[in-house]
Design a binder for this molecule. Structure first.
Ligand SMILES: [Zn+2]
Length: 694
C-alpha cells in the first residue's frame, strides 16, 4: 500500500469521517483523522444535507410536523458530525492545514444555511404549520420546537423580498469569512509572542509554581532550560501579579493589549469595522433599528435598553469602588518610594500586595493546594451530590491530543449518560480562553443519542513529573465550564433543536456560573484543596482568609468586564457604522464612561473574540452579568435552607434547568426551579458592591 498524498481524493470507505463510528461510545476516531479527510467529508456531507432539504421542500404531501420539522431535525447527521469534530479541532489543536480548511469551509457553511432559510417552499411549510398552531395537537415540546424554527427562518431572512434575500446571503457569507480570519489573527499574534526571562533579575518576584510553568512553556516553545511568558491568560496574569520588574510588566502587558492591532497581516481593526457595518446592514434588512436590537430580540433581556440599564446600574458603584481600590494601590506605591501613577500593568502587582496586607493571603500560598486533578475530582463530586452522577476515566478512546482525557458519566441508576472530554492545558495550537462544546448533542429522536461534551481550558502545564496547579480563578473557570458541560450532559429532550445549551445567550451562563458557587464552599475546599506534595488539607485559617478575600478587587473586576460589555453594545447599537475606526470608537466610549485610567477593558476590540470570532456573544457580552442575577439569586435558595446539596432543590434544578435545554422560556425555567422570579439585588450582594460598603 502506498501512502496517500495530501490532496489526493479519498474515497468514502477510507475516510474515517464518513464511515460509521463503531468504537467505544461511538466516539470520533480521532487517532485516524488527518486534515485531508475533512474537505471530501464536508463535500459529501453537504451534498447529503442538500438532498435531504430538497426532498423535504418538494414533498407533495401537505406539511405536517413529522414530514417537515422532524424531517429537518433528522437531517444533516453527517454534516453535524463532521463539523463538530472539525471545529473542535480548529479551536483546540489547530495547524496550518486545518486553518486553511477553516477559511474555505466557513463561507460554504454560511451559504448552505442561507439556502435552507431562504428556500421559499420550505418556509411555506414551516409557516403553514406555525399558522395551524394548536390544531396540530402537538406536545408542549413539539410546539416549542416549531415556534423556534419559525423564528429562526424569520431571523434569517425568510419572507424578505428577493433582492434583500440575495444581499442577506452575501452578507452572511462574508461575515463567516471575517469571523474566521479574526480568530486566526488573534491566535497568530499570541503564537508569535514569548517573553523570555533570561536572567535571574528578569525573574524577580516570581513564585516557584510560576517559574516551573514558565520553564515548561519555554521548553515547549523550543527554548529548553529557559523561562518564558506567553499571552495566555494563565501565563501572563500571574506574571503581572508577581513580577517586580515594572519594565517587563509593561512590555508584556502592552503586547497582550495590542493583540489584533499589530499593523501587519494579522491586524483585526478593518475586519472588526467591516463586521460591525455588515451586521448593522443585515439587521436593518430584517427591520430592526440596529444589530443590538436584532440580537437581543430573542433573549431574556429582549432590548438593548434592558441590558444597558443593568450594566449602568452596576457601573456606578463598581467604578467608585475601583477608584477607591486604585487609591489604596497608589498608597502602597508611595510607601515603597515609587513616584508614578498606577498603570494597567501595575494593578495586578500592587493588588496582590494589598491582598496580602489585608487578608494575609498570597496567590503563591494558595496554588500548592489547588491541584488540577483534585479540582476535577471536586467538580465531579459536586455533580455526584447534586445529581447522583459518577465519572469514570477511560483510556480506551484515543483522543486528538495526548493531554486530553475522557470520562464516562453515569447516572444514579447506573446507566451511562454522556462522554466527557477534558482538555486542560494551554498550547500554541489552541485558541485562548475556556469553552465547552459538544461533539454530539443529546436527543431522543430515534432512540437515545448520548452526548459527547468537551471542556477546553488554557491552564499552565507543570514541569515534567510535577502536578499541575491552579489559581483560584483557574479553579473557578474549571467549575464554570463544567457547569456548561453538565448542561450538555444532563440534557433530556427529544429534539436536537433545543438540546443542552441551546438556550438564549443571557440564560446559558446561569448553569455555568451557578456551579462556581460550590467551589467556594468550605465543605468542598476542606475536602479537595489538599497540598500537592503532602496531601495535607489547606489549613483552616488559610481557607477562611481565602473565602474572606472573595470580594477583594471586585471594583476592578467589574469595571474591566462591564467596560467590554458596554463597548460591545455601543458598537452594535450604531445605526449606520460606515468607515468606523473601531479603536477611536472604543476610546470615545470609554471616555464617556469616565473609565479609570489604571484599568484596561478585559477584551479590547481588536482581539475581542467573544464578539468577532463568530457571532457568539456579539451584542451579548452583557450576558454574564444578566445570568449573574440568576446565579446569585439561585444559589441563595440553597443558602436560605442552609443545605448546599438539598435534594429537593437539586431535583428542581436538574428538571427545570440542567436537563431542560430550551424546552421552556428562560423565565419559566428559572421560576420552575426557584418558585419565583429572580431578584436583582442578589447580584450586588454577591459582588460586594451593594449598600454602604466602605
Ligand atoms: Zn460560560
Amino acid at each position: 500500500m502506498s501512502e496517500t498524498p495530501i490532496g489526493a481524493e479519498i474515497i468514502a470507505a477510507d475516510n474515517p469521517l464518513l464511515s460509521p463510528w463503531t468504537g467505544p461510545f461511538a466516539a470520533p476516531p480521532f487517532d485516524r483523522l488527518r486534515p485531508e479527510h475533512f474537505p471530501p467529508a464536508f463535500e459529501a456531507a453537504l451534498a447529503e444535507k442538500r438532498a435531504e432539504i430538497a426532498a423535504i421542500a418538494a414533498n407533495p404531501e401537505p406539511a405536517s410536523f413529522a414530514n417537515t420539522i422532524e424531517a429537518l431535525e433528522r437531517g444533516g447527521v453527517s454534516l453535524d458530525r463532521v463539523a463538530a469534530v472539525f471545529f473542535n479541532l480548529a479551536g483546540a489543536d489547530t495547524n496550518d492545514a486545518l486553518q486553511a480548511i477553516e477559511r474555505d469551509i466557513a463561507p460554504v457553511l454560511a451559504r448552505l444555511s442561507s439556502e435552507i432559510y431562504l428556500d421559499e417552499a420550505l418556509f411555506r411549510r414551516v409557516d403553514a404549520l406555525n399558522q395551524a398552531g394548536e390544531s396540530l395537537g402537538l406536545t408542549a415540546e413539539q410546539a416549542r420546537v416549531l415556534k423556534l424554527y419559525h423564528i429562526a427562518f424569520l431571523r434569517n431572512g425568510a419572507g424578505l423580498a428577493p433582492d434583500a434575500k440575495k444581499r442577506l446571503a452575501e452578507i452572511d457569507e462574508r461575515l463567516a469569512m471575517l469571523g474566521t480570519e479574526f480568530g486566526q489573527n488573534v491566535l497568530a499574534d499570541e503564537k508569535a509572542y514569548l517573553l523570555a526571562l533570561e536572567t535571574p533579575d528578569d525573574r524577580a518576584g516570581l513564585p516557584d509554581t510560576l517559574l516551573a510553568a514558565a520553564a515548561e512553556t519555554a521548553a515547549e516553545r523550543g527554548l529548553p532550560g529557559q523561562h518564558g511568558i506567553t499571552l495566555a491568560r494563565s501565563s501572563i496574569e500571574p506574571f503581572l501579579q508577581f513580577s517586580s520588574r515594572r519594565d517587563l510588566r509593561e512590555k508584556a502587558f502592552r503586547a497582550w493589549a495590542a493583540r489584533g492591532e499589530s499593523g501587519g497581516a494579522t491586524d483585526n481593526r478593518a475586519i472588526a469595522a467591516e463586521t460591525v457595518r455588515l451586521r448593522s446592514e443585515r439587521a436593518r434588512l430584517l427591520g430592526f433599528k440596529s444589530y443590538a436590537h436584532f440580537r437581543l430580540d430573542n433573549t431574556m433581556a429582549k432590548t438593548p435598553r434592558a441590558a444597558l440599564d443593568l450594566l449602568h446600574s452596576v457601573w456606578g458603584p463598581a467604578r467608585a469602588q475601583a477608584l477607591r481600590e486604585g487609591e489604596a494601590l497608589q498608597a502602597i506605591i508611595a510607601e515603597e518610594g515609587g513616584n508614578f501613577p498606577v498603570a494597567p500593568w501595575d494593578w495586578r502587582y500592587y493588588a496582590e500586595k494589598r491582598r496580602k496586607a489585608l487578608f494575609d493571603l498570597d496567590e503563591g500560598e494558595i496554588k500548592p493546594y489547588l491541584r488540577l486533578d483534585k479540582m476535577i475530582e471536586a467538580a465531579f463530586y459536586v455533580a455526584q451530590r447534586l445529581f447522583s452522577l459518577s465519572f469514570t476515566e477511560r483510556t480506551d478512546i484515543k483522543l486528538y491530543h495526548p493531554d486530553a482525557r475522557c470520562w464516562t458519566a453515569t447516572d444514579g441508576d447506573g446507566a451511562p449518560i454522556a462522554l466527557f472530554i477534558g482538555d486542560y492545558f494551554a498550547r500554541p495550537s489552541k485558541r485562548s480562553g475556556a469553552w465547552m462544546s459538544a461533539l454530539r448533542d443529546q436527543h431522543k429522536l430515534d432512540g437515545a443519542a448520548l452526548p459527547i461534551v468537551v471542556n477546553v481550558m488554557n491552564f499552565a502545564k507543570a514541569g515534567e513529573g510535577e502536578a499541575a496547579l491552579l489559581s483560584f480563578d483557574d479553579a473557578r473557570t474549571l467549575f464554570h465550564e463544567f457547569g456548561h458541560g453538565l448542561h450538555g450532559m444532563l440534557s433530556d429532550v427529544t429534539y436536537p433543536m433545543i438540546s443542552g445549551t441551546s438556550v438564549p445567550r443571557d440564560f446559558v451562563e446561569f448553569p455555568s456560573q451557578l456551579y462556581e458557587h460550590w467551589l467556594e464552599q468550605p465543605e468542598i475546599l476542606r475536602r479537595f484543596a489538599v497540598h500537592h506534595r503532602t496531601g495535607e488539607p489547606m489549613p483552616e485559617a488559610l481557607l477562611q482568609r481565602l473565602l474572606r478575600a472573595r470580594q477583594f478587587n471586585q471594583g476592578f473586576a467589574t469595571v474591566e468586564y462591564a467596560a467590554s460589555a458596554l463597548v460591545d453594545l455601543a458598537l452594535h447599537l450604531e445605526a449606520t457604522p460606515d468607515n468606523l475606526d473601531v479603536v477611536a470608537f472604543e476610546k470615545s466610549q470609554l471616555d464617556k464612561l469616565d473609565m479609570p485610567s489604571a484599568i484596561q477593558m478585559r477584551h479590547r476590540t481588536p482581539h475581542f473574540q467573544h464578539i468577532f470570532a463568530g457571532s457568539g456573544y456579539s451584542a451579548g457580552y452583557y450576558s454574564y452579568l444578566w445570568s449573574e442575577i440568576l446565579d446569585a439569586d439561585g444559589f441563595e435558595a440553597f443558602e436560605e435552607i442552609d443545605d448546599i446539596f438539598n435534594p429537593e432543590l437539586a431535583r428542581r434544578l436538574r428538571d427545570y434547568v440542567y436537563a431542560a435545554g430550551g424546552r421552556r422560556e428562560p423565565e419559566a425555567a428559572y421560576a420552575g426551579f426557584r418558585g419565583r422570579a429572580a431578584k436583582p439585588e442578589a447580584l450586588l450582594r454577591k459582588r460586594g458592591l451593594g449598600e454602604a460598603k466602605g
